[in-house]
Design a binder for this molecule. Structure first.
Ligand code: BGP
Length: 472
């Protein structure tokens, strides 16, 4: 017995990486729109830039994305052709509330997603909706300082209420924040944080994270109240840390890295702050404001399932001299593994290990909502991409996932591969780092017709779904 009969196979995207049309139908500007391609990208992601600027000198890939806003019908038809049972997408907050702090939602924004969900339903595709995927209206950053401000909880609740009511019966699966732990690594993308000179950055990050946690619990409450059929999940960037050597110091380091990475999920899944994190705040002198009321909300509204992205495992070592580049997570190079062109260490067995870790720790159903290989694809003279490297990566990961289900008894609801259609990379802002089964004619400089074509992996994944993961 492999995957259950109603296993949700599909693919994943995020609004800011594919929609484009950033100033259409009343949409406001968001943090992700002002992240340029190129050398200035990192300070902006990390929140260390001096000004929050939107200058014309830089190329901002989100402006056009892959023009999913205008082409989603064509794209969903292709997903249906592959046999998708689910499609993960995110809602651009600033389409629904252009500034973020309004009380009346923008009808055109609401309508856009409603039409998209109906299009999915036409093919029997279940939408899986990320409420915010690295996405925060610029106005909320300029006016309130992003998630460092507790008022954000209220604005987020307005968003959730509007979409929960409007999409009742159309959407059942919801994720509150994409990769919530990313806040600790990329605070501008994760929480709209721009640091001020001399402030305690760690304290700001954890305070913002706390506000997101409370907002996530409130969202869970609202979604359950509006429709008891709704299933609400948290979402994290997962990937276990191994000890570099079996010496206790390295093992201890890997234990610390693992729980550090899981800390926010511990709270969303269990409903309270773990002691190790409270002790860390104490030892580092971090003053995080957590009210009694917040504690009650966290406790009362834990998530129904755990979703996560998995791309790579990581390595921890007591002496950290050999850090790998490429990935936003610090990791020592693993001498036993190959890596992608961007240094992400390829580890299918690590996927099985991570699935087991999460299942053992939380005993809640899991949903893999991102996995895949970012690679440079070169179309042949007929425009065809024979992406055997991607097929190989995914086949080995799907096999490992099957082992976790079949041999280890992990409860798993579904799998959506990342970037099922080529889109803009979150980490680099490039088009050249592609993940899709569907090729999009668009390059880093913004050239190309945006035409879609099927890669070799398109046919391969179609067969994987048709055989419910048996034939990979
Ligand atoms: C995750 C994000 C996605 C996505 C993916 C791949 O962190 O949730 O938005 O882009 O990583 O990363 P990248 O685009 O940098 O290759």
């Amino acid at each position: 017995m492999g995957f259950k009969k109603d296993f949700l196979w599909g693919g994943a995207t995020a609004a800011n990486q594919c929609e484009g049309a950033i100033d259409v139908d009343g949409r406001g500007l968001a943090n992700v729109d002002v992240v340029p391609l190129g050398k200035d990208r990192l300070p902006i992601i990390t929140g260390k830039m001096k000004h929050l600027a939107f200058d014309e000198e830089h190329f901002y890939p989100a402006k056009v994305g892959i023009d999913f806003y205008h082409r989603y019908k064509e794209d969903i038809a292709l997903f249906a052709e592959m046999g998708f049972k689910t499609f993960r997408l995110s809602i651009a907050w600033s389409r629904i509330f252009p500034n973020g702090d309004e009380t009346t939602p923008n009808e055109e924004g609401l309508k856009f997603y409603e039409e998209m969900f109906k299009e999915c339903k036409k093919y029997g595709i279940e939408p899986l909706v990320t409420i915010t995927h690295f996405d925060c209206p610029i106005h909320l950053i300029k006016e309130y300082g992003g998630w460092r401000n507790k008022k954000m909880v209220e604005f987020y609740q307005n968003l959730v209420t509007a979409i929960a009511k409007r999409y009742k019966g159309l959407v059942k699966y919801w994720l509150t924040f994409n990769e919530i732990n990313m806040i600790l690594h990329a605070p501008f993308m994760g929480a709209g944080i721009v640091f001020e000179e001399g402030e305690n950055e760690e304290e700001v990050k954890y305070q913002a994270a706390h506000h997101e946690l409370v907002a996530s619990a409130e969202a869970t409450r609202i979604l359950h109240e509006v429709d008891p059929e709704n299933k609400v999940g948290c979402m994290m960037a997962a990937g276990d840390y191994y000890a570099y050597e079996c010496k206790p110091e390295d093992v201890f380091e890997s234990m610390k890295e693992n729980r550090h990475n899981l800390s926010l999920i511990d709270i969303q899944a269990r409903g309270y702050y773990p002691n190790y994190l409270l002790k860390e705040f104490e030892q580092k002198g971090l003053n995080i404001e957590i009210t009694e009321e917040d504690k009650k909300v966290l406790k009362a509204h834990t998530v129904d399932f755990i979703s996560f992205s998995y791309y790579a495992s990581r390595v921890a070592r007591a002496e950290k001299e050999e850090l790998t580049a490429g990935n936003i997570f610090e990791s020592v190079k693993n001498p036993h593994l190959e890596a992608s062109e961007w240094g992400w260490q390829i580890d299918p067995l690590g996927f099985r290990i991570t699935l087991n870790t999460l299942w053992d720790r939380y005993q809640k159903p899991l949903f893999v909502v991102e996995n895949g290989l970012g690679a440079v694809d070169t179309p042949d003279e007929n425009g065809y991409v024979a992406d055997d490297y991607r097929i190989d990566y995914m086949a080995r990961h799907i096999e490992a996932m099957r082992d976790a289900v079949e041999k280890d008894g992990v409860e798993l609801w579904g799998y959506t591969s990342w970037g099922c259609i080529d889109l803009v990379s979150a980490g680099t802002g490039e088009m050249k780092k592609r993940y899709g089964f569907i090729y999009v004619d668009r390059d880093n400089e913004g050239n190309g017709t945006l035409a879609r074509s099927k890669k070799k992996s398109f046919y391969w994944y179609k067969n994987v779904i048709a055989t419910n993961g048996e034939d990979v």
